[in-house]
Design a protein around this ligand. Structure first.
Ligand code: CMC
Length: 431
């Protein structure tokens, strides 16, 4: 990280402070305020980190105005059409596209770690059957730290590598088991002759009583969904993983924290919320009513799957998924799906409405993913777990980058205190 020749000047109370600046390889310049409190005795105020870079990173870049998403410099649309999920995992983790031999070795390492400790099956059985699969995943992933003691030492690069592979390899197994448990079917062991996406479908949809053949169209669409969700720079769940790990917590605990954060409807939970909203709208003639509700400041309703903190243009992942939704539904013979019709009309109406135009609210990745997942046969409760399993590689890559960063410090924000100042305790009888 090199300092730019530019500096920023801050003047207040008759003082003038010169602040160093960084020039990134892409994106806006960054003012370095690390020494501000020491030099000037003031904090900056930025709830929600709308203007704050919390770290430097070389993994993912987003240009929200142009609708660009790059992983290690490669555009997401190229990765979605030409690459596949495990190759993108390698790229995110190690920084470069793999050679054939490197990819084969990586795929073998991931495949060999897909089973979970047999005793963990009992752990699943402690949950109520009606538990949301995300609740089960938070618990089970956190519990991995109780089962894999040989990959908890974050200061050992080898243990970090083993933990990374375990998390990427086991997350589909855990998500599929959470699903099977919720519907009362037996757990299905992973099959190492299948690729990552096909194996996940097998673990979700096969039953011991009959042979399940993975449809290659469905498995390709699944792989594309995983690829499109793999990383998204310093979003809420990734920042949660980084903050949790800044204390030195073990990787399984940190990723469990990321899963918990992802669950919220403003983040990964939006895919479930979006499909439920489309169902509630039900038919195109009810769209105007819901558009009006979304615009009403006195109504908490928002159009789920619309808007983004960073994208003020079309989310490039939504572009790919929209096309994918058309293809998959056509191929699966459900192209007249009423939800898709509602989604398309809703998108059209919102994109031409002054409120959404003015606020630059475009469909995001969650707008179309739910429709594809539903067509594949997943219940809405599985949408966010699928997001979590795809995002695991992003969390792990960002976690590894952070642990290896010499600038790393425990995350400890300050505050703008607006409470009472010192006052004397009053005995209960005198209050
Ligand atoms: N429907 C109606 N109005 C909206 C919406 C929406 N979906 N999103 C933002 N707005 C309005 C909001 O009311 C505000 O208006 P005003 O300036 O008059 O107060 C303005 O647009 C800016 O919104 P904000 O909440 O200040 O923006 P933010 O950057 O804090 O929030 C967001 C971003 C994604 C949380 C928000 O757009 C939202 O709640 N969207 C719906 C949930 C959703 O689809 N989330 C998935 C995000 S993409 C996948 C992921 O990263 O997990």
């Amino acid at each position: 990280m090199t300092t730019s020749s530019k500096t920023a000047t801050l003047s207040f109370d008759g003082k003038t402070i010169e602040l160093p600046m960084f020039t990134p390889t892409a994106g806006p310049d960054v003012i370095d305020i690390r020494k501000l409190y020491g030099q000037a005795g003031v904090f900056t105020y930025d709830p929600g980190f709308t203007s704050t870079a919390s770290c430097d990173s070389t993994i993912t870049y987003i240009d929200g105005d142009e609708g660009i998403l790059l992983h290690r410099g490669y555009p997401i649309d190229q990765l979605a059409s030409k690459s596949h999920f495990l190759e993108v995992c390698y790229l995110l983790l190690y920084g470069e596209l793999p050679s054939s031999a490197e990819l084969e070795d990586f795929e073998t390492r991931v495949t060999r770690h897909t089973m979970i400790h047999e005793q963990m099956h009992n752990f699943f059985r402690g949950f109520r059957r009606d538990a949301h699969p995300m609740a089960t995943m938070v618990g089970v992933v956190g519990a991995m730290s109780a089962f894999y003691h040989d990959s908890l030492d974050v200061n050992d690069p080898w243990q970090r590598e083993v933990a990374s592979i375990r998390l990427i390899a086991k997350m589909p197994t855990i998500a599929a088991m959470a699903y099977k448990y919720s519907i009362g079917q037996p757990f299905v062991y992973p099959r190492n002759d299948l690729d990552y996406a096909a194996n996940f479908l097998h673990m979700c949809f096969s039953v011991p009583a009959e042979t399940y053949h993975v449809n290659p169209i469905v498995s390709r669409a699944m792989d594309r969904i995983l690829t499109l969700h793999a990383d998204h720079e310093q979003n809420a769940s990734t920042s949660t993983v980084r903050l949790a790990s800044s204390s030195g917590a073990n990787p399984f605990a940190c990723i469990a924290a990321g899963i918990a954060c992802l669950w919220g409807p403003a983040h990964g939970g939006a895919n479930q919320a979006c499909l439920e909203m489309l169902r509630e709208i039900g038919s195109v003639d009810r769209i105007p009513e819901f558009i009006e509700r979304a615009k009403d400041k006195n109504d908490p309703f928002r159009l789920m799957g619309f808007g983004h903190r960073v994208y003020k243009n079309t989310d490039p992942r939504a572009k790919v998924l929209k096309q994918s939704a058309d293809e998959v539904l056509e191929l699966l013979g459900v192209h007249d799906n009423p939800l898709l019709q509602v989604a398309k009309e809703l998108e059209h109406v919102a994109l031409n409405d002054p409120y959404f135009i003015e606020k630059k609210l475009f469909p995001n990745v969650d707008f179309y993913s739910g429709i594809i997942l539903e067509a594949m046969g997943f219940p809405t409760s599985m949408f966010t777990p699928i997001f979590a399993l795809s995002r695991t590689v992003g969390w792990v890559s960002q976690w590894k980058e952070m642990i290896g960063d010499p600038q790393m410090k425990i995350g400890r924000p300050r505050q703008l205190y607006m409470g009472e100042t010192t006052r004397d305790y009053v005995d209960i009888e005198n209050r």
